[in-house]
Design a protein around this ligand. Structure first.
Ligand SMILES: Nc1nc2c(ncn2[C@@H]2O[C@H](COP(=O)(O)OP(=O)(O)OP(=O)(O)O)[C@@H](O)[C@H]2O)c(=O)[nH]1
Length: 308
C-alpha cells in the first residue's frame, strides 16, 4: 500500500512557514504530485489560506492549536482527507506556538498510522527574532528551543536581516541545539524541496517493513498484536520504558477480558479506557532514540508468552 507522506511545518509566528508552503506547493505541482494542505490557525479566520492554490484540497483548523485544544479535529480531518483523496503528500502548517511532539502525536492516530509516513518536521526560524528571544517569556523561549530540538530540517530564515558574522553565530547556536538536523540559511524560505524530504535516500533494508522512520529525529513505530496479551506482563514491560519514549497510544485486548481498551501513555503515566468499537490491537510509539527492533522483539515475546 502506498503511504501518504506527511510534512509538518513548524516554527514561530511569522518565521516563514507559509512562504515555505507556497514554494513546496509550486514544486509539488510542477512534479505533478497530488498534495493537500491542513492549516491550523489560532484565530477564528484563516489569513493564510489564500496562499494555497484553489485546486489543492485544503482543510482549515481554526480557533485553537492542533497540539492541544483541537487535537481530535486534526485526527478527523486527516482521516477524511485520506479517505476522500488519493494523495501523494499532506502538508500540515501548524500554529507558531505548536509543540512538535504534540503535533506528531496528533497525526499518529492508531486508526490510520499505517497509511501515512511522517517525512519530517521542518522548522523555520525568524533569524532576527531568534537573536532577540530573551525578550520573550520563558515558556515561549522553551518552545522555540523545542521546535529546533525536534526538527529534522531547519531553515534559519530571513537572513537578509543579519550580517554574515551574525549568520555564522546563529548557525553555530542552532547546530549546538540540534546537530543532526539538516540546517540551511535561507531568504524567503528558499530551499530545494528534496532537502525537506528527510533522509529519503537512507531508507534501506527492513526499516520500511518494520514501519519505522529511522532517519527522523522524533521516531514513530507502529505495532499490531494478532492475539490478546497479559495485562500484568504488559504493565511490567511498561515500567521499563525509557523516558525518551514520549507517547504510546492505541487499542489493546487482554487475556482476562473480551473488551477492547483504549490505551494512552504519556510521561510515564498509563491510562486505560474501555472502547466500544472492535478496533484492531495497534499501538503507536513516539520517541527519541526509539529502538524499533528491540520494541518489536519485546512485544512479540510478550504476545507469545501471554498465550502460553
Ligand atoms: N525580509 C524577509 N521577510 C520574509 C522572509 N521570509 C518571509 N518573509 C516575510 O515575513 C512575513 C511572514 O512570513 P510567513 O511565511 O507568512 O510566516 P509564517 O510563519 O507563515 O507566519 P504565521 O502564519 O503568522 O505564523 C511575510 O510578510 C513574508 O513575506 C525573509 O527571508 N526575509
Amino acid at each position: 500500500m502506498k503511504k501518504v507522506e506527511i510534512y509538518i511545518l513548524s516554527g514561530f509566528l511569522g518565521s516563514g512557514k507559509t512562504t515555505l508552503l507556497q514554494r513546496a506547493l509550486q514544486e509539488e505541482q510542477s512534479k505533478g504530485r497530488k498534495v493537500a494542505v491542513i492549516m491550523n490557525e489560532l484565530g477564528e479566520t484563516s489569513i493564510d489560506s489564500n496562499a494555497v492554490p484553489g485546486e489543492t484540497p485544503l482543510k482549515e483548523l481554526l480557533n485553537g492549536c492542533v497540539c492541544c485544544t483541537i487535537q481530535g479535529q486534526l485526527e478527523t480531518q486527516l482521516h477524511s482527507m485520506l479517505q476522500e483523496y488519493e494523495l501523494d503528500a499532506i502538508y500540515l502548517e501548524t500554529t507558531g506556538v505548536a509543540h512538535p511532539v504534540e503535533v506528531l502525536d496528533a497525526c499518529m492516530s492508531p486508526l490510520f498510522a499505517e497509511q501515512i509516513t511522517i517525512k519530517g518536521i521542518i522548522t523555520t526560524i525568524d533569524a532576527a527574532r531568534w537573536r532577540s528571544r530573551d525578550s520573550l517569556s520563558i515558556q515561549l523561549q522553551r518552545l522555540l528551543h523545542e521546535q529546533v530540538h525536534h526538527a529534522d530540517t531547519i531553515l534559519i530564515n530571513k537572513v537578509d536581516q543579519l550580517s554574515e558574522a551574525e549568520q555564522a553565530a546563529i548557525l553555530y547556536e542552532i547546530q549546538s541545539i540540534n546537530a543532526t538536523a539538516k540546517t540551511f540559511l535561507t531568504q524567503f524560505s528558499k530551499v530545494d524541496l528534496k532537502f525537506l524530504q528527510s533522509g529519503q535516500n537512507k531508507r534501506k533494508g527492513n526499516h520500511e517493513q518494520a514501519h519505522v522512520h529511522d532517519y527522523l529525529h522524533l521516531k514513530t513505530y507502529v505495532h499490531t498484536f494478532t492475539s490478546k496479551i497479559d495485562v500484568d506482563q504488559f504493565e511490567q514491560w511498561l515500567r521499563e520504558m525509557p523516558d525518551t519514549i514520549y507517547r504510546i497510544k492505541g487499542y489493546l485486548r487482554f487475556t482476562h477480558s473480551d473488551e477492547v481498551y483504549m490505551f494512552q501513555y504519556s510521561y510515564g503515566m498509563p491510562i486505560y479506557m474501555k472502547e466500544l468499537m472492535k478496533l484492531p490491537s495497534t499501538l503507536v510509539f513516539i520517541g527519541e532514540n526509539l529502538d524499533h527492533q528491540k520494541l518489536q522483539q519485546e512485544l512479540q515475546q510478550l504476545e507469545a508468552s501471554s498465550t502460553q
